[in-house]
Design a protein around this ligand. Structure first.
Ligand SMILES: Nc1nc2c(ncn2[C@@H]2O[C@H](COP(=O)(O)OP(=O)(O)O)[C@@H](O)[C@H]2O)c(=O)[nH]1
Ligand SMILES: [Mg+2]
Length: 218
């Protein structure tokens, strides 16, 4: 019985990987860089995107994922970019076919980046390739630096880790150096950024990361 469940899950993942590869080929053909944003709910994914859009520096579109509501897609549209909302009902991750639906419903002719704002949690999205080129994991100061060691699968897959809400550091015992060590241990090549999307402290490092990632992708 146990074996059967594992086999079914492996098959689901293998099918998803195939669909993800199709998404990546589509994105490559259109010269679009896709970034999968993952984190707990509330760590600041939508706020990071809003602040990025408001700089006016990037041509981007967003595939939004939540269990319910169009709230985040509406926030992105209000900030000035295109967005397509996927609502999963009960599912804790976006899969490649859902992201495909997002890509098909966005107008991508004049876009350099597609961001996927994945479903908020530090577990399920790590297992599902959505066809992105880059994985970015956010962790807010409020959540605690110990979460990297507790949820290693997601942080191991991160090309960049963004510590958000740095303006609140003085109120929380988040250990930035420990967080950096833990991230580097899981992935020595990880980009480690610390910023606050509200005060803009450290925000330039994020914009520089996007610029250089786009340049090396083209
Ligand atoms: N002070 C501060 N608040 C933030 C920051 N990023 C997000 N927030 C706040 O955290 C809450 C959740 O942010 P949101 O972007 O919706 O998180 P998401 O669920 O990851 O998309 C909101 O009240 C934001 O205003 C930040 O960098 N600094
Ligand atoms: Mg959000």
């Amino acid at each position: 019985m146990q074996t059967t469940i594992v086999e079914v899950f492996d098959k689901i993942l293998a099918n998803n990987d195939k669909e993800a590869q199709t998404n990546r080929e589509f994105l490559n053909k259109h010269n679009i860089l896709c970034i999968n944003l993952m984190s707990s709910p509330g760590s600041g994914k939508t706020t990071l995107l809003e602040s990025t859009i408001k700089t006016g520096k990037f041509r981007l579109a967003v595939v939004e994922g939540d269990l319910e509501t169009n709230n985040d897609a509406n926030r992105i549209i209000t900030a000035g970019a295109q967005a397509y909302q996927i609502t999963t009902g009960q599912t804790c991750h976006l899969d490649a076919l859902e992201v495909r639906r997002g890509l098909e419903n966005l107008s991508l002719q004049e876009v350099d980046f597609v961001f996927v704002e994945n479903i908020g949690n530090l577990v399920c999205p790590a297992s599902y390739d959505v066809g992105a080129h880059i994985n970015v994991v956010l962790l807010s100061v409020v959540e605690g630096s110990d979460k990297i060691a507790k949820y290693p699968v997601m942080f191991k897959r991160a090309d960049a880790v963004v510590i958000t809400k740095s303006g609140l550091l003085e109120h929380f015992d988040f250990d930035i150096e420990q967080a950096k060590r833990d991230c580097k241990e899981l992935n020595p090549n990880v980009e480690f950024l610390v910023l606050d999307s509200k005060t803009q402290q450290g925000f330039q490092s994020w914009l520089t990361f996007l610029e250089s990632t786009l340049k090396s992708h083209k």
